[in-house]
Design a protein around this ligand. Sequence first.
Ligand code: GDP
Ligand code: IMO
Ligand code: MG
Length: 424
Amino acid sequence: MNCCVVGLQWGDEGKGKVVDILAENSDIVVRYNGGANAGHTVVLDDSKFALHLLPSGSVRPNTLCVIANGVVVDPEVLLQGIETLAQKGIVLTNRLFVSENAHLVLDYHKTEDRLREESLGKNKIGTTIRGIGPCYSDKAGRSNAVRMADLRDLEQLKAKLQVVVDYKNKVFAAVYNAEPISADLIFEKCKSYAETLLPFTIDTTRFLHKAIADGKSILFEGAQGSLLDLDHGTFPFVTSSNASSLGMPAGCGVPAKMVDKFFGVAKAYTTRVGAGPFPTELDNEIGQYIRDRGHEYGTTTGRPRRCGWFDAVAVSYSLTIGAIDSIALMHLDTLTGLKEIKLCLAYQIDGKQIEFFPSNIARLEQAQCIYETVPGWEQDISEVNDFHDLPSNAQHYIMLVEELTKRPVTIIGVGPKRNQTIFR
Ligand code: GDP
Ligand code: IMO
Ligand code: MG
């Protein structure tokens, strides 16, 4: 059985936890989009991992891990990730495979990301400054792009970097009045990446198709969330990859029809980091209550996450474009203690009721939310492991989410640990 897990909101839905759980029954876990902008948390009994590039299956010693062609790889973050796991006795040698076609995020991408954001002032996107946009821009632009496979021919790479860095420096000076960066320094780093990372580098498309032919079960791990999808999200306040399940086939070379089940992960409320429209946002004490109880601070950047009510219009859109089969609803425990909980059923735009999410932000910014209000619960639910042991108001809340999204909620998160999970 092959499964894919994607975020249904604006990221940080709890994909790391869900992937870690599902990885128990998978031979291979594959990251196929995004880069070190992702921060996927896996909590084990005695340790907590924040994974940026390594698939969340990497904490399981027998699971094979693939970083596929659609990922933009920051070699420093990847090496750090490998080292962090090694310190805990988790070894990735012979079980981590990085695509030779994956593009490299180099220092100048991060510089460019920062300079662009600074120059935008109040119009900035609020990126993670991990060089994601500039690296994917170079990928689409082709001539300045550097792939993992380029580390195999250092002579050629040296000449290429000279041209690329020369071009970048001209832009940095002319547009941003910024200091130049050294092509030699970048090349020296690449020389060391060649030594450390080429042993992991293979044709991952071929590897995955052979694994499928051999009957292995594969788990595809999306990064970010569907509403941050470059084409289908709240553009321009999105990331630079296809973060909905639509990005999976192109991101790893495996057609979607080879996936048996698509899981969508959502929080029982909504969060967003960075700028952009957020119709159900609670810029008040309830939002702060959720932020405090849910520890809603970015895994990658530490920024406080914006918090709001569950938005069934937005989630239904992600479910539709992603052909998602079922929902993992996380952080139900975080809502404990609220007297009343609201869910957004529809938007009002230009005096009309709209049920289909307008990804065009000019329209989305005008959306007024139409809410249903339901009673909350007081009981601690963090130890509950059977749906029927949840307080009846919590059960009703889940059933209302199912009714609004027309999908079954098959996994419920009641805490960050593996065992704080209800399966239905
Ligand atoms: P991801 O990017 O989708 O993998 O999510 P993050 O790891 O960035 O953020 C999710 C956060 O919520 C992490 O700190 C998780 O440990 C935590 N978490 C996941 N599921 C639950 C849950 O059901 N309840 C609570 N309280 N925390 C959860
Ligand atoms: P995971 O995989 C939440 C957001 C940034 C910013 C926008 C563009 O942990 O869910 P980028 O650096 O990608 O150019 O930033 O996208 N963003 C995320 N938000 N979770 C993530 O990843 C994110 N990755 C990017 O905050 O608004
Ligand atoms: Mg995250």
